[in-house]
Design a binder for this molecule. Structure first.
Ligand SMILES: [Ca+2]
Ligand SMILES: [Ca+2]
Length: 213
């Protein structure tokens, strides 16, 4: 009888132990966080498929006002609140999708973190991405393909690769022209100042011929 009770206690201890092992070192999407270096302002990033677009440190303020640091810092925590150290950078990626058919389209491996997480469970997104496409939506941080439930950052994405096919070519120029002479589209407002103007033509020209590596 005593032995049976003891076995029962041992079994419970084993189950608890296995459960906490499962939570340890596995990123918790609710406890892990993503923050912008310039919180409280909606920013916009100009991307090119060949990586020649802007670094996050030179993000445009949406609506005009110049460029500020839009670096994203991610802190990875497990279900017990402990830092996740040395999590692989290639499994930390960004997505920007308005759910209405417009999205940032990264090249293969083109939107991953700067490096593996450090001793504090942290890494950043600061370097220029390899990406095209656009969306007037928040940027989400994905951990092994799943978005943080704690929320994304107020950073929109656009690119002269307006159609998001990985190359800035004639069809993008044609889409741009129809916006330039037609109604406003954020997708063609590369400096995000609220107007599709000559300064955007310059940013379009700078991107012509750019392609995914
Ligand atoms: Ca294109
Ligand atoms: Ca503009």
């Amino acid at each position: 009888m005593v032995l049976r009770k003891l076995m029962g206690v041992l079994m419970v201890a084993l189950v608890v132990c296995v459960a906490s092992m499962a939570a340890a070192n596995v990123p918790d999407l609710g406890l892990s966080t993503a923050v912008s270096a310039t919180p409280g302002q909606t920013l916009s990033l100009y991307n090119l498929p060949d990586g020649g677009g802007n670094a996050f440190t030179a993000a445009y303020i949406l609506g005009g006002g110049g460029q500020v640091d839009g670096t994203i810092t991610v802190t990875l925590k497990d279900g017990l609140g402990a830092n996740i150290v040395n999590y692989p950078f290639e499994d930390l990626t960004l997505a920007c999708d308005d759910g209405l058919g417009q999205a940032m389209v990264p090249c293969v491996g083109g939107a991953s973190a700067d490096g593996n997480t450090d001793a504090f469970g942290q890494t950043t997104f600061s370097f220029a991405m390899n990406a095209g496409g656009w969306a007037a939506a928040n940027t989400e941080v994905l951990v092994a393909g799943a978005a943080l439930t704690s929320g994304g950052v107020a950073l929109q994405m656009n690119s002269p690769d307006i159609n998001g096919n990985g190359t800035v070519e004639l069809s993008d120029v044609s889409i741009f022209s129809s916006t330039f002479y037609g109604s406003y589209s954020y997708g063609a407002d590369f400096n995000a100042d609220g107007l599709v103007a000559l300064s955007d033509v310059a940013l379009l020209a700078a991107g012509v011929g750019s392609a995914c590596p």
